[in-house]
Design a protein around this ligand. Sequence first.
Ligand code: OSB
Ligand code: MG
Length: 368
Amino acid sequence: MKITEITMHRMNMRMKNPFTTSFGTEQDREFIILEAKDEDGTIGWGECVTSESPLYIEEFTKAAWVMLEEYLIPLTLNREINHPDELTDLFEPFKRNNLAKAAIDAAAWDIYAKQQGISLAEAIGGCRTEIEVGVSLGIEDDMERLLQNIKEKTAEGYKRIKVKIKPGKDVEVVREIRENFPDIPLMVDANSAYTLDDMETLKKLDPYNLMMIEQPLTAGDLIDHAELQKHIKTPICLDESIHSYEDARQAIQIGSGKIINMKVGRVGGITTMKRIHELCKEANIPMWCGGMLESGVGRAHNIAITSLSAFTLPGDTAASSRYWDEDIIEPEVTVKDGMVQVPASPGIGYEVNREKLAKYTVQKETFK
Ligand code: OSB
Ligand code: MG
């Protein structure tokens, strides 16, 4: 393949509801849709899953735009590429900036799969025709509202409920949820809001039969996560801590957690994602696919990724309608009985609706 043209669409899409985590509230999603064109005319799509502000991770949309424009796009354009795996090595000299790297990687994989005439899921070695999904619910000031959200999502069939927590909104919230929903598959996500000083609080979550606690401590605190895991029964799942194959290897080696949340953006693309997947398979570490409040493009990639064999737990890839009044893909992603069908058609298996894409585009530039 030889990518001869890349267009970046900076998007602004308002979600139906604000989403609150321990690091802040987001309703207006600002991110980049990356459209790459091969010399044979095949078009591939990728989503750069940044936000307007660097609150979850150090990257943010305007910085990613510059990273792509100044470094990654020039490196990619008009280069003979035998296989999308090569992009990871090509981008390797530039440190981090994984969300930006993953956007080109995603588009290149879509082109590659389309050229092979196979689905993206098949191209990466996926083995499922449908995937189990859960839903991630934000922090609510009003407990009744959170309980109502859980009731609705459970009735819609989602296979597990994830609830965001932060100091002061943790043990009591979980206690109330369990009182109302004693048996639902339930987990919590702290987005790095705690330190080892909070050990006593985190221990108090042990009796509530949580599937896991996601990212209790800061990214980079692999040693502290290992220490924490020795003292709590709830399995720790790592999200923000895993940016590379080496992060995953070291985390598994020292016991920083028992489960890995995979976000393909966070690790810089599908190639590294596949390497971590092999590692987890060998080490018997269950995985699941995280979410970044994606539009349909990123969602489509997440569905393909979840078809890999070590993705044994329901992920955060909820239906388009959980986020958007209208998504930019056709058909939209739908969930039935907690399952999403993995498309069998070539590439990501969804069409981008150009009219809707344009409607939410605030800046657009083409590079050749
Ligand atoms: O920590 O998993 C997270 C959303 C934005 C940033 C980080 C996270 C999340 C979510 C929502 O939990 C996942 C989704 O529904 O896309
Ligand atoms: Mg998380």
